[in-house]
Design a protein around this ligand. Structure first.
Ligand code: PMP
Length: 437
């Protein structure tokens, strides 16, 4: 009975967040780099939705593929039978994944990919007769979604402390214990391997034979675009290998071209045992995630499943036809428009724009990689998050969508962005930073 513009009617039944309730903002259409609001303004998308619409919005091939699929085969059971596109998409994913990845498990989100990867890691060890390996290690400031496994290994204390029931046997690698609180992201070469050695300390505390896996984002995205110092991921890989611990890369943001390479694993040249993905896999159009696994892990997991006939894993919507069709059209778009290469080509122009903001009021750090970026602001004393949120509101008024996390502005535009749009992000943000308290 309510029109979409009757916002009072909308608030209560839907769980939009507190900030939204104070000042509702609605998108009613999108095309390419731009959203259209309910008051008919165009907003430049500086965040690719929620780090997901890597090919931009309303891309013709994707729209057409989804429309065609829904009219042809709406749904097929995910077990005992299938449909060709789920297999076709798996092949295409393996084609673009790092060479050692040979299988995918479908999920419906980043959070589900994380839960699935953690289960695969435990089941892998158990199938090999290593049932004692159940401990998991995450990282402070790691983000792995909102389900129980993900918040347990995740490094955001507020997301954990509210809930009594979490996974047991979880440790977190410190963000940094060096005097400079930004030592991690400042990337001093001598610090990378040193900080990763925290893993050795955790391993020797509990014994390697109790530890199943380490999960990290190759570059933490949603907690503030935290670039790993040189040598960090390499050392984690080396320690994991030496102790028989699986290394999981959560590539939900870094996957599908964001860093100017297919995956973070490619960009950093480090080979994880499992990779979790979602978001860019279907360009954000239909919910879908995928966990990538090596043949060895896949085979052990599947053998374990077959031997334990009472054990089951999979989702009703795993590899569903609409998502698979969206995924295939998305991969076609990435390939035809060479969008991963485009992200790499634009990276230095992007970097120049961001670093041009360095001297502006409130700015204490600027970070970037590929087509992702962060501008860290000095928090207002006693009011953390307020300054960045003001920047968000002002940017939105000026027609630019940014995302904030704490007092960090995060940017991750669609990879189709043009140089003049990068310029506009820079101009808008310099106005905004000059105008906010
Ligand atoms: N892992 C990472 C690294 C993420 O960035 C996110 C989402 N921002 C997730 C997991 C969770 O994904 P979703 O919101 O699709 O569940």
């Amino acid at each position: 009975h309510h029109s979409p513009n009757d916002l009072n009617a909308f608030w209560m039944p839907f769980t939009a967040n507190r900030q939204f309730k104070k000042q509702p903002r609605m998108f009613v259409a999108a095309d390419g780099m731009y959203y259209t609001t309910n008051d008919n303004r165009k907003i430049l998308d500086g965040t690719a939705g929620l780090w997901c619409c890597n090919a931009g919005h309303k891309r013709p091939k994707i729209v057409e593929a989804v429309q065609k699929q829904v009219a042809e085969l709406d749904y097929a059971p995910a077990f005992q039978m299938g449909h060709p596109k789920a297999f076709e998409l798996a092949n295409r994913l393996i084609d673009i994944a790092p060479d050692h990845m040979e299988h995918v498990f479908y999920t419906n989100s980043g959070s589900e990919s994380v839960e699935t990867a953690l289960k695969i890691a435990l089941a892998y060890h158990r199938a090999r007769g290593d049932a004692g390996r159940t401990r998991l290690i995450g990282r402070e400031r790691g983000y792995h979604g909102v389900n129980f496994g993900g918040i347990s290994v995740g490094g955001i204390v507020n997301n954990r402390k509210f809930f009594g029931s979490l996974l047991t046997g979880v440790d977190h690698l410190p963000h940094t214990h060096l005097p400079d609180r930004n030592a991690f992201t400042r990337g001093q070469p001598e610090h990378g391997a040193y900080l990763a050695d925290d893993l050795e300390r955790i391993v020797s505390l509990h014994g390697a034979e109790t530890i199943a896996a380490v999960i990290v984002e190759p570059m933490a995205g949603s907690t503030g675009v935290l670039l790993p110092p040189k040598g960090y991921l390499e050392r984690l890989r080396e320690i994991c290998t030496r102790h028989g611990i699986l290394l999981i890369f959560d590539e939900v943001i870094t996957g599908f071209g964001r860093l100017g390479a297919g995956f973070g694993a490619d960009y950093f040249g480090v080979k994880p045992d499992l990779m979790t993905t979602a978001k860019g896999l279907t360009n954000g159009v239909v919910p879908m995630g995928a966990v990538f696994a090596t043949a060895e892990i896949h085979d052990a997991f599947m053998t374990g499943l077959e031997n334990a006939i009472e054990l089951f894993h999979g989702y009703t919507y795993s590899g569903n036809p609409i998502a698979a069709a969206a995924g295939l059209a998305t991969l076609d778009t990435y390939r035809d428009e060479r969008l991963f290469e485009r992200a790499a080509d634009l990276a230095s122009y992007w970097e120049d724009m961001l670093h041009g903001l360095k001297g502006l009021p409130h700015v204490i750090d600027v970070r970037n990689l590929g087509l992702i970026g962060a501008i860290e602001l000095e928090p207002i004393a006693g009011k953390p998050t307020e300054r960045a949120f003001n920047a968000f509101l002002k940017s939105y008024d000026k027609g630019l969508l940014i995302r904030t996390t704490g007092d960090i502005i995060a940017l991750s535009p669609p990879l189709i962005i043009e140089k003049h749009e990068i310029d506009r992000i820079g101009e808008t943000l310099s106005e905004v930073l000059g105008q906010i308290e």
